[in-house]
Design a protein around this ligand. Structure first.
Ligand code: DGT
Ligand code: CA
Ligand code: CA
Ligand code: ZN
Length: 604
């Protein structure tokens, strides 16, 4: 069982204990342990053998060790199982509703024995929630809306969660002796297309072990032992579908190597790209299915196979260049391919710097120097440190005075790393690791409710880079929010609009805003739009990114890292950029440091 699953079960147990009226001290010990494990770099399963190592982790007390041993050995926790049996799985779903905490749920349970989404929605519609202590009509409406929102997104997963499961399964299958019969394991479906969330995971496996029925049966038996597997949904001759502990469904298909390309093409989708591709095949006298592109026989069936082993073979036989998976949405890509007009999509290696990140000075977990080292390890030429401003009090945001002190410190660390790099060059250091990095002194300044900024213009003027972001008053209407953002864009110090629509995936919808007007203003004032790569955000999304590009507005792809490990999230931003057909030229942080600073500061 991985850390994320362990943390989830502990946190669910804490909430269920709270609903159950449990002891607050014990409840807290479960919550603390869940938080500690979520942030833990090592796997709990590697530590359980030695309780001292567990106890050394802050947040894990004596009472928790036995629980962790039970979780890693049994894959479940009896306290959790017992409470889920008492209240039902519907209770766990209720806990996921925005604004419904354990306290309110406990109230709904004691007054009405409500323990499912349906039951609570029903109570709200009947006006029975407003009658409860400390509740009102407003609460009732909010709960109804939150249940609606939840139902819309339920069953989808963040892209990094899906990818983590894909990696785990791949690593498991690749181990000998089974791994010997496997040549390739690839995710297909929405994950391969880089969609911002994933409904279910489609995994394609090929190799000599997938050719004969007995070989496939052995592999399927082996998959049944996958440690993250929770329950099996369907099992066939060359396919198995199951759910993992997080609730994500996984469809695994075992394929003969000669039809692997056709299967990749079919199961990568999207469905509408497939349909368009099949129509093209038919016009050319071919038929296309998950096994092959084949000649169309007189009777309409598949005749002699034309191409099937690789996707490139299939596209080539259809007289098309290879179309990258991120573009396969039937949004003009086949036409562009036919006319040789496929753009050269941006790649991760085009990125030369990450210019939105936080440090321990506000709500980050690492120092300036640690962030810089992590960026050097990624081969970046520059970063910008952009901590929060004071309106974000819970994040310990900076006022004018602290902001100035902070940029002084950033510049000091910058001077130090430059000096170290120079002396290492002089001493003829021939190591492969690039040393030295430009550390820009920036800020992520809050856009206040009226569109003014949280720090004075004098202070903002001293920054190498200013990101302006909304972190409060999300409930303004469209006109108000648009005016607010337009006012922020008009401030001459603002270089980038941070996470421009404020959505939190699977949790909070984007605030309403006139994107058309926003992009026109961005173009006029030369303010770049951020593509925030954090999987919860991915903001701007692919549709808005494409709009931005059409408006001639430049993009900056950032991670908004609050920890050195977050820098790797850049890849998810790149996927969205590719889905929007962006090239290197559309993205400012593909520029070398000097050019980037000039562009972001003085305009592009
Ligand atoms: P998801 O799972 O909702 O995030 O989205 P996908 O795209 O992964 O959809 P999924 O898992 O239902 O199917 C995977 C791929 O299989 C899909 O992208 C295209 C292909 N596919 C599935 N059903 C059909 C179909 O009825 N017709 C065609 N042409 N392709 C299909
Ligand atoms: Ca899928
Ligand atoms: Ca599927
Ligand atoms: Zn930020």
């Amino acid at each position: 069982m991985d850390n994320a699953s362990i943390a989830r079960i502990l946190s669910e147990t804490a909430s269920l204990m709270e609903i159950d009226g449990g002891d607050s001290f014990r409840i807290r010990s479960y919550r603390n342990a869940a938080e500690a494990i979520e942030a833990l770099p090592q796997q709990v399963s590697d530590l359980v053998a030695d309780p001292r190592k567990l106890l050394a982790i802050q947040g894990i007390g004596k009472g928790m060790v036995a629980n962790l041993q039970e979780l890693t050995q049994q894959g479940k926790l009896s306290k959790h199982t017992e409470l889920v049996a008492k209240y039902g799985a519907g209770m766990l779903e209720l806990l996921k509703i925005q604004g419904l905490g354990p306290k309110t749920i406990a109230l709904l349970w004691s007054a009405h024995q409500a323990c499912s989404l349906d039951a609570v929605a029903q109570l709200a519609r009947e006006g029975k929630i407003r009658e409860l202590p400390r509740m009102g009509e407003k609460h009732e409406q909010k709960i109804l809306k939150a249940i609606d929102d939840y139902r819309r997104i339920a069953g989808r997963f963040l892209i990094d969660d899906a990818e983590a499961t894909a990696r785990q399964l791949t690593a498991y299958l690749m181990q000998p002796p089974f791994g010997d019969g496997i040549e390739k394991i690839t995710p297909a479906g929405s994950l391969r297309r880089g969609r911002e969330t994933v409904g279910d995971l489609d995994i394609l496996v090929t190799g000599p072990g997938c050719v004969t029925p007995p070989g496939r049966q052995k592999l399927i038996e082996h998959i049944l032992q996958f440690p993250a597997l929770a329950d099996v949904l369907a099992k066939g001759d060359n396919k198995i579908s199951f759910r993992v502990h997080t609730g994500l469904q996984v469809d695994v298909r075992l394929l003969a190597p000669e039809s692997f390309g056709a299967a990749m093409c079919y199961f990568t989708g999207s469905k509408s790209h497939n349909v368009a591709l099949r129509q093209r095949a038919l016009r050319m006298g071919y038929t296309l299915n998950e096994y092959a592109l084949a000649e169309l026989a007189e009777d309409g069936t598949a005749g002699k196979p034309i191409a099937s082993a690789t996707e490139a073979d299939i596209y080539a036989a259809l007289k098309l260049p290879y179309i990258p998976p991120e573009m396969r949405e039937n949004l003009g890509e086949i036409d562009a391919a036919e006319h040789g007009k496929l753009p050269e999509l941006i790649t991760l290696t085009d990125i030369r710097g990450d210019v939105h990140m936080h440090t321990t000075e506000t709500d980050g977990k690492n120092s300036i120097a640690e962030m810089a080292d992590a960026a050097i390890a990624r081969g970046y030429q520059y970063i910008a440190i952009t901590d929060h401003s004071k309106a974000l009090a819970f994040a310990n945001g900076l006022d004018d005075k602290r902001a100035l002190e902070h940029i002084r410190r950033i510049r000091q660390v910058d001077a130090q790393t430059s000096a170290e790099a120079a002396s290492s060059r002089q001493s003829g250091n021939k190591s492969d690791k690039p040393s030295g990095i430009r550390i820009l002194a920036g800020i992520e300044v809050d856009i206040l409710a009226d569109g003014s900024l949280d720090l004075s213009d004098e202070v903002l003027a001293q920054m190498d880079l200013v990101i302006a972001s909304v972190h409060s008053h999300f409930n303004q209407d469209r006109a108000q929010m648009t005016d607010r953002l337009l006012r922020a864009l008009a401030n001459p110090h603002v270089c980038i609009l941070g996470h421009p629509t404020g959505r939190l995936q699977l949790r909070r919808a984007a605030y309403p805003v006139d994107m058309e007007q926003l992009l026109q203003a961005a173009r006029q004032h030369k303010v770049a739009m951020e593509l925030n790569s954090y999987p919860d955000r991915l903001d701007l999304n692919d549709v808005h990114l494409r709009m931005a590009r059409e408006h001639g507005v430049k993009i900056v792809i950032n991670t908004d890292s609050h920890h050195t490990s977050h820098m790797e999230k850049m890849s998810y931003g790149i996927l969205q950029a590719r889905r929007a057909w962006l090239t290197k030229d559309d993205v400012l942080n593909t520029l070398p440091a000097d050019k980037f600073v000039a562009a972001v500061k003085k305009g592009w």
